[in-house]
Design a binder for this molecule. Structure first.
Ligand code: SAH
Length: 388
């Protein structure tokens, strides 16, 4: 634990005081509401029926195209409606509790929700061939997680609840604010992809995740392409088909083991949906094809799941599936019951997969100096608070 905390203090940290955070969470936010829900809000503010669609369209553009952070700037809304909205609502996003910047450009935020709960969000930048910045935003779907995967730090946190659509979408809006990445239609944006790989299991909060992602993909607003969105699941089999049919986003599956005895321990959800059922759901995933392959995530744990025999079994499991594999070096946390596989073992595992024709990049750890692995920042913040 001391190592991790030392690393955190080495990196640049801005910490907001409790009062600053409180001030940033005002009246109910319109962020995350659907068009019918927005229409009901303006109806409640006495906008006549014949004007409602127009007003909803204007609000939508200001919020999701321009990224407006207040109603004052929404110049075409009419003075009266602007005034009523200011009195009753907000376009607030989650509040920032801490911001950490890694030396490699990764930014990690600890966000505070209006009920005081905290979640994490990470931006992982990259550069294209012309040196232009773009990157992936990793968002959370729940406060904590019920799955208790043995190697995952989020699983050790007691508090669990689903995030609302506004809290999910609010993460994206806030990241665009912080990266000065508005408006939507001003050329290439810096946040080019979203991965639902932060805290929580997105398919156990399907409706709220779907509502947020549908707003993010809406062409009159943020208009992010579904090809730029990846949802990562530990294998909630009954929700996978619906996700592929309705949302049609890319799928990532946290496989991590090739035999049920091992996966039952690493990912306890496997006891309900064992490997064979999970692989069948992958074969049936509606929008998977050769152009859009399913990503299988595989965390490398020394002498737990990293033998050549495991690699061979993985190849056998994936036969006939449009698949790529992400090998993730285990990101250790204080008290974790596992160690990261040695470089040797990771490379020979990768080589076997490559020789079998699979793309199997070894994900370079990003933001190690700021503990950018799932759940680690939140936990450090709780420990600091406890010490105080
Ligand atoms: N519940 C979803 C999404 C959140 S976890 C899922 O399980 O896919 C996102 C990814 O990070 C998963 O692949 C998860 O297994 C992995 N992960 C969690 N803790 C990790 C750690 N300490 N080191 C490496 N990968 C980790």
């Amino acid at each position: 634990m001391t190592d991790a905390v030392n690393m955190a203090t080495d990196a640049a940290v801005d910490v907001a005081t409790a009062d600053e955070v409180k001030l940033a969470t005002p009246a109910p936010s319109l962020v995350g509401l659907t068009r019918p829900e927005l229409s009901a809000v303006v109806a409640g503010l006495e906008v006549p029926e014949r004007q409602r669609n127009m007003r909803v369209g204007q609000l939508w553009r200001w919020m999701y195209n321009r990224g407006a952070t207040g109603f004052e700037e929404m110049s075409d809304l009419g003075k009266e409606l602007r005034h009523r909205l200011c009195e009753s609502h907000s376009v607030a996003r989650p509040a920032i509790a801490t911001t950490q910047r890694s030396t490699d450009g990764t930014i990690k935020w600890l966000l505070r929700l209006s009920d005081g709960n905290e979640i994490e969000m990470v931006y992982i930048p990259d550069q294209d061939r012309d040196g232009k910045d773009y990157g992936a935003l990793c968002m959370s779907s729940q406060v904590g997680c019920t799955l208790n995967c043995r190697f995952c730090h989020t699983g050790t946190m007691p508090m669990v609840r689903n995030l609302t659509p506004g809290e999910i979408l609010g993460q994206f809006m806030l990241a665009r604010d912080c990266l000065d990445d508005w408006p939507t239609d001003d050329g290439q944006r810096r946040i080019s992809t979203i991965v639902m790989m932060g805290m929580g299991e997105p398919l156990l909060n399907y409706d709220n995740v779907a509502q947020a992602l549908n707003i993010i993909m809406d062409n009159a607003g943020i208009a992010l392409s579904r090809r730029g969105i990846t949802l990562s699941t530990a294998g909630v089999v009954p929700a996978m088909e619906r996700c592929g049919r309705e949302l049609r986003v890319n799928l990532a599956v946290s496989l991590h083991a090739v035999r049920d005895e091992v996966r039952d321990i690493l990912v306890p959800l496997n006891r309900r949906y064992p490997i064979a059922e999970l692989m069948q759901a992958c074969r049936d995933y509606p929008s998977a094809n050769n152009a859009r392959r399913i990503t299988f995530e595989y965390v490398m744990l020394q002498e737990v799941n990293d033998s050549l025999e495991d690699a061979r079994e993985l190849v056998r499991l994936l036969a006939g599936l449009p698949a790529k594999i992400n090998l993730i070096p285990f990101n250790p946390w204080p008290g974790a019951p596992y160690e990261c596989s040695s470089n040797n073992r990771i490379h020979r595992f990768a080589k076997l997969l490559n020789d079998a024709g699979y793309s199997a990049p070894i994900r370079t750890p990003r933001g190690r100096d700021i503990m950018a692995a799932c759940g680690q920042l939140k936990s450090a913040s709780e420990k600091t608070a406890a010490r105080r």
